[in-house]
Design a protein around this ligand. Sequence first.
Ligand SMILES: Cc1ncc(COP(=O)(O)O)c(C=O)c1O
Length: 436
Amino acid sequence: MTTPKDFAQLIEQMPQLLAPSLARDWPNLPVNRAEGMYLIGVDGRRYLDFTAGIAVLNVGHCHPRVVEAAQQQTAAMIHSAVGITQTAALLRLADELTKVLPPGLDSFFFGNSGAEAIEGALKLARFATGRPGFIAFWGGFHGRTLATAALTTSKGKYRAGYEPLLPGVYFADYPYCYRCPVNRQPATCHLECMASLDTLFSRAIAPGEVAAFIVEPIQGEAGFVTPPVEFLQRLRQLADEHGILLIFDEIQTGFGRTGQMFAAQTFGVTPDIMAIAKGIASGFPLSAVVASRELMKKWKPGAHSTTFGGNPVACAAGVATLEVIRDENLLDNCRQMGARLLAGVQQLQARYPIIGDVRGLGLMIGLEFVQPGPDRQPNPQAVTRLLDECLKRGLLLYMAGLHNHVIRIFPPLIVTAAQIDEALQIMDESLAVMSA
Ligand SMILES: Cc1ncc(COP(=O)(O)O)c(C=O)c1O
C-alpha cells in the first residue's frame, strides 16, 4: 500500500480532486480541528468563527454534550433504516421538538439535508391539497436539487444550465425594504409589494390551484433580508383565505438564530409546514419536514420515505443540541449578544458610509455594502476586501446577496461579549485599513 498523502499535498491537489462547482469558494481554509467558537488551522492558528458553519453550529463546534451523545449512540448503533426498525433516538428527538416548536407543529418526517426537507414539504403540500402550484418569493434560496432550485432566485447561477426545472412555480415580491421592489419608503410603506400576489392570482395562477406559499421568514442567501412582521401576517391571512398552505423555510433561521427557537415564534406567525435542518444536530446531517398531525395524516403510508433520514447518531446529537440550547440559556444569550452586535455594527455604519444597510434579528445580522454616493450601487469589492482583512486578523465572516455585496454575521449562540467586541474591533481595524 502507498503511504497516504499529507494534508498539504491533498490541498494542492484539491482543484483536481473536487468538482470546480465545489472547489472554487472562499477561503477554503485548511482546518483539522474546531472547538466552541474557534476553528483551528493546520498551522495551529485559531480563527474566531462567526459563520457557525453557515448557521449549523448554534451550540458551537464540538460541544462536549453533543460529542458524548453521538459517541454513545455510535457505539450502540450507527444506522438502521427507519420503518424496518424504530430507534429511541429518533422518537425522542421528535418528542423533544414538539416542546420547542409552535403549538400544533407536532409531526415529523426526518431527512438528511435542507434541500431534502424542502422537497418533502413540497411533496406533502401537493399530496395533501391535490393542487399543483407553488408561490415562492424573489431572492429566496431553498436548495440546489432540481425542485428546490426551481424555487430559488437568490442568484441566477443556481438555475443556469439546469432548465427545465420543476414546473408550476411562480414568484412574488419579497419586502427587501432597502431596495424596495416597488420603490416605496419604509416610513410610508403599506406593503404595496404584496400586490404582486394579486397580479399572480388574476393573471397567472388561480389561488385554488396553489398548493403552498413557500417563504424564508428572513431571507438568508439574499443577505439577511428581514421583512416587516406584517408581511408574514398578511401571507398567513391570504393562505387561510384561499386554502393555500404556508411553508416556512426555517433552515437558516431555526434553532435559536433569531432569539426565539424559530423565526415563527419571533414573528408570531405559525406556518402549516416548516422545513428545518442546519442547527438541528450541530453538524450531523439531519433535517425534518414538520406539520400538524392532522395534515401529516393525509400523507399516505409509502407516499414518501428515506434510507438515511433520521439517522440515530444524528438524532442523538439533535436531542443533546436542544438540551444545550435550553440548559445554557442560549436564546437569552442570542438576544443579548445580538443587541450588542447590532449596536456595534450600527456604530461602524455611522463611521463608514460604504455600509449602506444594517439589518437582522438576534445573531443573524447582515451588512450591505454600497459604493460611495447616493445611488446605493452594490459594492462587492468592499466585501471581498473586508472578508480578507478580517481573516488575516483571525475573524471568519461570510458573504451573501445577489452581488456578494452583503456580509453575514452569524456566530454560534454561545458567543461571549468579549468575542463580540473582538470581532467588532477586527472589523473596525479592517475597515480603517480599507479606507486609508
Ligand atoms: C434557507 C435555506 N433553505 C434551504 C437550504 C438548503 O440546505 P442544504 O444545503 O442542507 O440542502 C439552505 C442552505 O443554505 C438555506 O439556507
